[in-house]
Ligand binder design. Structure first.
Ligand code: G3H
Ligand code: 13P
Ligand code: ZN
Length: 330
């Protein structure tokens, strides 16, 4: 059993309390390789933002969970080396079973998500409650989820969003004891968050997605005032990256994300954790495609992964400063 406290990590409790009071959201960025982790830490140190490092089930399989844990431990030291100590959370994204959550808690994660949103309500409560009971023994915080996001979530493909039912949240939160709640108000995972027919098409071909359901968010806030809310699927799918990818041989069609001004508005509410993964993937892929296409003789991975990392850092800083408002909150 390794305690996250010995690794210099923190859980989400204090961070969320401050984020709600200060009307901003903490960035939850996914990582599964060194360049992503470096970019996240550099961006957060330079903007003095707290950060949640997220590891998905896919990331654990891809990079090895032990390596990822040591990388997160290294990130704490790396931040100090860069000259400013920031609060760092190591979080399991979309935990799919009690065993996965336990294994992460036992190896030094400071926060876990148990995603029981695909199960019937009572099963979701029972699974989430079990994880909370174990996690809280070690002061690890737990995120639960109510409602289903359209798109791919934990290898389960949902055709349609099932919005969170506000009338369920009080019961879910009190019976499970979770520390935060992920809700479905119209965000979704990946780079194609909406079907073109759900959007308005502008004359230049760009798609305008339907707005987030702020009415549901407000209703939830009324029922559980001050309780930390999480938004998954919050990439904005910047058109400039999609354009570069397609210009240099990619084939992203009708990619569309959540407009940044809607996320900025959400960040001022009880939404205190905003999950962003796809935008980082797009930034890296755009840069790598551009370099490989324009410098065909290049074959040193550092020559394309380095610029991709720099691009990623700028993206993360932009999110922190202009969307989440978590700069200077560390
Ligand atoms: O919610 C999903 C995250 O973007 C992680 O994706 O399971 O492909 O690593 P992944
Ligand atoms: P995006 O696919 O919108 O980046 O969402 C990421 C996410 O929710 C990770 O849990
Ligand atoms: Zn997610």
């Amino acid at each position: 059993m390794i305690s996250y406290k010995d690794l210099g990590l923190v859980n989400t409790k204090e961070l969320f309390k401050k984020a709600i009071a200060g009307k901003y959201a903490i960035p939850a960025y996914n990582f599964n390789n060194m360049e992503q982790l470096q970019a996240i830490i550099q961006a957060c140190v330079e903007t003095r933002s707290p950060v949640i490092l997220q590891v998905s089930k896919g990331a654990r399989e891809y990079a090895n969970q032990t390596l990822l844990r040591y990388m997160a431990e290294g990130a704490v030291q790396y931040a100090k080396e860069l000259g400013y100590e920031i609060p760092i959370v190591l979080h399991l994204d979309h935990g799919d079973s009690f065993e996965t959550c336990k294994s992460c808690i036992d190896m030094g994660f400071s926060s876990v998500m148990i995603d029981g949103s695909h199960f019937p309500y009572e099963e979701n409560i029972e699974l989430t409650r079990r994880v909370v009971e174990y996690a809280h023994k070690y002061d690890v915080t737990v995120e639960g989820e109510l409602g289903v996001l359209a798109g791919v979530e934990d290898e389960v493909v949902a055709e349609k969003t099932i919005y969170t039912r506000p009338e369920e949240v009080e019961d879910f939160v009190s019976r499970t004891g979770v520390d935060s709640l992920a809700i479905a108000i119209g965000t979704s995972h990946g780079a194609n968050k909406f079907k073109p027919e759900q959007c308005e098409r502008l004359p230049d071909g760009r798609l305008v997605p339907p707005p987030l359901r702020f009415d549901i968010l407000e209703e939830i806030e009324k029922r559980i005032p001050g309780f930390p809310i999480v938004l998954h699927g919050s990439s904005s799918v910047p058109p400039q990256y999609v354009e570069i990818i397609n210009k240099y041989g990619g084939a992203l069609k009708d990619a569309v994300g959540i407009p940044e001004e809607q996320l900025r508005k959400a960040a001022t509410s009880a939404v205190c954790k905003i999950n962003i993964d796809s935008d980082g993937r797009l930034a890296m892929t755009a840069k790598i495609r551009e370099i490989l296409a324009t410098k065909p003789a290049e074959f040193d991975p550092r020559k394309y992964l380095g610029p991709a990392r720099a691009e990623l850092k700028e993206l993360y800083k932009h999110k922190i400063i202009n969307v989440l408002g978590s700069d200077n909150k560390a």
